[in-house]
Design a protein around this ligand. Structure first.
Ligand code: RBF
Ligand code: MG
Length: 303
């Protein structure tokens, strides 16, 4: 998949999937799949945020870091990702956005978006306007209705709320996969090995969401192999308090080499308990042992 940080010009006819695609839930997946299966060059059009971001996305913590977003989009079969910064597109009128950028530059023959898509200056454009403007250019528009989880419409903000509540059933139903991160392993305080449970430590980027603190049954992918694990998201009050929660994962039956500096994918499957302050390392150790037993007995049903 080729990634452009600006809006390129294509001679090949394209199908363009439009959206922010944070979390890439099942409705996002449907939007992108329609582009992939259109017969045209499948392009995903999104934007990056920074200090400049839409009002609706202010203070919003992301579900995915960028690499994860790229990988999920690539896995769906998109060949091109167009990702200008929001600052570069926010003053384009809805009309120019469609006529000049989507139709002329990207050479779109099909445009796909969700029913609550908005675009253009002051986010004045909606799916209906997109359809109207593309029809004038003989471009087809496909509008994907909100998908539902039971009676609840699926949305990235509902997934965020579910993760803050450790409601992993809702999160994975809406995502279509178990919530995961794929991040570099950093050096820890090496206290884990003193109590017999060495862990891999991973930080949460400042702009990404941190699921509810506590212990989870997890699934860990190291290179090609898959392991079960137990993950603590927290500040470890029993040992040496850190100011921002980190993820510490003990990988069950792992006896390979140190993983510092490597990216490891950790999926959280089931919430076990909250993080506690123990008075002794012995108590912490037996709590972790119980967590491990719980994980070993946990019946994992693949999403
Ligand atoms: N630290 C705590 O202070 N309280 C806890 O309840 C706690 N639970 C944990 C559960 C698991 C499965 C793991 C792997 C770690 C946990 N920790 C907890 C963090 C622990 O203090 C830390 O991993 C080691 O001491 C190494 O820093
Ligand atoms: Mg949405």
């Amino acid at each position: 998949m080729k990634i452009f940080k600006y809006i390129p010009t294509f001679s090949e006819k394209t199908a363009v999937a439009l959206g922010f695609f944070d979390g890439l839930h099942i409705a996002h997946q449907k939007v992108i799949s329609l582009a992939v299966n259109s017969g045209y060059l499948p392009v995903v059009f999104t934007f990056s945020t920074g200090i400049n971001c839409p009002e609706s996305k202010k203070d919003m913590l992301l579900l995915n870091d960028n690499d994860t977003k790229y990988n999920l989009i690539k896995k769906l079969g998109a060949k091109v990702l167009v990702e200008p910064s929001f600052a570069d597109i926010k003053n384009i009128s809805a009309e120019d956005f469609v006529n000049e950028y989507l139709v002329k530059k990207l050479n779109a023959k099909v445009l796909i978006c969700g029913e609550n898509f908005s675009f253009g200056r002051q986010a004045l454009g909606n799916a209906e306007l997109l359809e109207k403007l593309s029809a004038k250019n003989n471009v087809q528009t496909l509008i994907v209705n909100s998908l539902k989880d039971g009676s609840e419409p699926i949305s990235s903000s509902k997934i965020r709320r579910a993760l803050l509540d450790a409601d992993l059933i809702t999160a994975s139903n809406m995502l279509g996969y178990d919530y995961f991160w794929n991040r570099v392993v950093v050096e820890g305080n090496k206290n884990g090995r003193k109590i017999g449970y060495p862990t891999i430590n991973q930080n949460f980027p400042l702009d990404c969401i941190i699921p509810k603190r506590g212990v989870y049954v997890s699934k860990v992918n190291v290179n090609e192999a898959e392991y079960m694990g137990v993950t603590n998201i927290g500040v470890r009050p029993s040992v040496s308090l850190v100011s921002r929660p980190i993820a510490e994962t003990y990988i069950i039956n792992y006896c390979g080499s140190e993983l510092y500096g490597q990216c490891v994918k950790v999926s959280i499957l089931k919430y076990v308990r909250g993080e506690k302050k123990f008075d002794s390392l012995q108590q912490l150790k037996s709590a972790i042992k119980e967590d491990l037993n719980f994980a070993k007995n946990y019946k994992y049903t693949k999403n």
